[in-house]
Ligand binder design. Structure first.
Ligand code: SF4
Length: 300
């Protein structure tokens, strides 16, 4: 007799009940196991939520993470690719650039100025670059320029910003000496101006975009003055006019051209005050410019 047959009778009925329960339990466990596998399979098929590496966590701080497409769209099993940060263009402020149209508008306005005084008024109203918000006033230039000689500095300094006159102070006094004692002219016989018309804060170097913005005013100023010779004072003014970035030592002592006009660069008077040993070479440059302008030599 099998052990099972021994469980028959009243006690065998209990055993049979237990066996039935055990069987039902096994079925239940089997169903749960099947459901569990199914859930695991579904979890396995579910979109993977990528973990952004530290470098990609910044967009979340800007509320950008929820805008990312579901990872499943990128294959589900490529979390790194799927966690590519959402575009930052909404959060980043657009760069401020002066477009070609803006520069064209400035050039047209400058070209429409029929005289130096009209151009001066246009420049006084100019807010084309950021220097308009920090200047005291524009520094356009001065001197009738009857001898058709243009001295060109780089930008107004603190003194010029205060007075509205170009190349003031000790450097201005030295330039006066060059014009009067050296060239035998008056300050009104020539014209003195700067590449840009507003003082950069702290008298820093002008930025390239500031020079670009201001170029229309300078070009019209040159057209109206019609100089025979332009004398850029210092490396920055010479470099801007000639479109080169070179030490003054390589530019001075020669005759260059800017739109068909003769250009003779020399040292800025402020530099000559710090380096008086260069005055002789500066005087050679001035004499060269005088010869271009048809002025008699004053000797050295
Ligand atoms: S520096 Fe020139 S372009 Fe800039 S605000 Fe002054 S005048 Fe206008």
């Amino acid at each position: 007799m099998s052990p099972q047959s021994n469980q028959e009778g009243p006690e065998g009925g209990v055993e049979a009940e237990l066996a039935a329960l055990s069987l039902a339990l096994q079925h239940t466990l089997a169903r749960r196991a099947a459901r569990g596998q199914d859930q695991m399979a579904r979890v396995d098929r579910a979109p993977t939520v990528p973990t952004a590496p530290p470098s990609q966590s910044e967009p979340a701080a800007h509320g950008a993470t929820h805008q990312r497409p579901p990872a499943a769209e990128s294959g589900g099993h490529k979390p790194v690719a799927a966690s590519a940060p959402a575009p930052m263009t909404k959060a980043a402020p657009p760069p401020v650039h002066a477009g070609d149209g803006h520069l064209k508008g400035l050039a047209e306005k400058a070209a429409g100025a029929p005289s130096l005084e009209a151009l001066r008024a246009c420049v006084a109203d100019c807010t084309a670059c950021g220097l308009a918000s920090t200047r005291t006033q524009t520094v356009f230039g001065e001197g009738g320029g009857a001898r058709r000689i243009l001295f060109l500095g780089e930008a107004p300094g603190e003194e010029e910003d205060r007075t509205g006159r170009p190349i003031e102070g000790p450097a201005g006094s030295l330039l006066d000496d060059i014009i009067t004692k050296g060239m035998g002219l008056t300050r009104d016989d020539v014209h003195i101006a700067n590449v840009i018309k507003c003082r950069p804060p702290g008298s820093r170097d002008p930025l390239p975009e500031e020079k670009t913005q201001c170029a229309a005013w300078l070009e019209r100023q040159i057209e109206l003055l019609d100089p025979i010779v332009i004398i850029p004072l210092g490396r920055h003014a010479a470099g801007h006019l000639l479109g080169v970035d070179a030490p003054l030592g390589r530019l001075r002592g020669k005759i260059h051209e800017h739109h068909g006009r003769k250009v003779v660069p020399t040292f800025h008077p402020a530099y000559l005050l710090r380096s008086p040993q260069e005055k002789r070479r500066a005087w050679e440059d001035i004499q060269l410019a005088m010869s271009v302008a048809g002025l008699p030599s004053k000797g050295s």
